[in-house]
Design a protein around this ligand. Structure first.
Ligand SMILES: [Zn+2]
Length: 375
């Protein structure tokens, strides 16, 4: 998520907001100041606005605490989270990987709505204290009890990718042992909730309530499409896990020696083969990788006098073995945001596997209906 900026850092986690949040913030402040608070309380216009802005800031804090709870439990369970981005429909904890065990997913998912419900209980407790219930402070407290209750309850709906859907997925995953089956079921339920929200939204629209109708329909559309995307992603992963890297190795792969000059490499390798990267090997032993991007950093007049060794990446080298499955390779590529991994067999260069190779393979096997295992 690029369209966001960093605000501050808590417990080693960068907190950022997506630009859309600024609109949401303005929109909440406006709605609260112009319609919500005036419907229940009689204050001055300034008091409505100040209360609206403070309440919107506290919504932000509530969402942040919910996300922070997810992230802290993830970190404690060994799943690194380095940043949280707050955006239009709440927040996203940017996990580096998905949980590997159902118990970890369960704990991570449940703690978010748990925090929201705890906050709702605390604010509700505060509303029971004696005092004037018509002043802005009391109004904010009761509004926060309501918002956190809503945040907790909505996220507990058992449809993936909502927290409740993750809880459900972890339970099915734990009892069947199959992550893809669990994601499929929880995702389908998520899609049903999505359609439900869209349906209720359309009903509101027909009744003339344009605002709530559009809002509900939008939430429904978002839930439906993300549930669908999650199901497809897990199906793809499952499919890729049936194939070994070995099946995609190109037997005629070009490799290059570190002492080759850049101009020789451009002439003999990059001009003649389609890929954007080439493994660098010394006596069959893998020592690095060089890409077209590395070449671009060197002015053309220096190509003749620069060796590949000087511009190649020697570490970190992301490698897979021919016996690894394609899902492992794809996860490695995705997690490190790289375009290819090196294939290494007993320290030797066995080739290169790019994102494009995997995509081409998926398309080909889709068109030809390649059986689950070859050879
Ligand atoms: Zn959550």
């Amino acid at each position: 998520m690029k369209a966001s900026f960093k605000l501050f850092r808590i417990a080693g986690i960068d907190i950022g907001i997506h630009y859309t949040w600024l609109f949401i913030f303005a929109f909440f402040s406006w709605t609260l100041a112009q319609t919500y608070f005036p419907a229940y309380y009689t204050w001055s216009a300034t008091a409505y606005w100040i209360t609206g802005v403070i309440a919107s800031l506290l919504i932000f804090v509530s969402v942040l605490l919910h996300e922070l709870a997810h992230s802290l439990v993830a970190n404690a369970r060994g799943i690194p989270v380095h940043s949280i981005t707050l955006f239009i429909l709440g927040g996203v904890s940017n996990m580096e990987e998905e949980p590997q065990k159902p118990a970890a997913e369960f704990a991570m998912a449940i703690v978010g709505p748990g925090t929201s419900l705890l906050l709702a209980a605390i604010f509700w407790g505060l509303t029971r204290l004696p005092g004037d219930k018509t002043v802005p402070v009391a109004a904010i407290i009761s509004y926060m009890a309501y918002i956190n209750l809503l945040l907790g309850a909505f996220n507990l709906l058992p449809g993936f990718p909502l927290d409740g859907g993750r809880v459900l997925r972890s339970i099915i995953w734990g009892s069947t042992g199959s992550l893809s089956r669990a994601t499929d079921i929880a995702g389908r339920i998520g899609q049903i909730f999505g359609w439900g929200f869209i349906g209720v939204g359309v009903y509101f629209l027909v009744q003339g309530d344009i605002f709530n109708g559009l809002w509900l329909a939008f939430i429904g559309w978002f839930l439906n499409s993300s549930a669908d995307a999650s199901r497809k992603e897990i199906t793809l992963r499952e499919r890729l896990s049936h194939f070994k890297v070995r099946e995609l190795i190109n037997p005629n792969i070009e490799t290059i020696r570190p002492e080759t000059t850049v101009s020789e490499m451009v002439m003999n390798v990059f001009r003649r083969q389609p890929g954007r990267a080439v493994p660098v090997c010394r006596d069959d032993k893998l020592v690095g990788i060089v890409t077209i991007t590395d070449v671009k950093k060197i002015p053309q007049e220096q190509w003749g006098s620069t060796t590949v060794e000087r511009i190649m990446t020697a570490s970190p080298l992301y490698t897979v073995s021919p016996e690894d499955n394609l899902n492992t390779a794809m996860q490695l590529i995705a997690h490190h945001d790289i375009n290819q991994v090196l294939i290494k067999e007993n320290d030797k260069c066995a080739g290169l596997l790019s994102r494009a190779d995997i995509i081409r393979f998926i398309q080909m096997s889709h068109e030809l209906g390649v059986p689950k295992t070859i050879g």
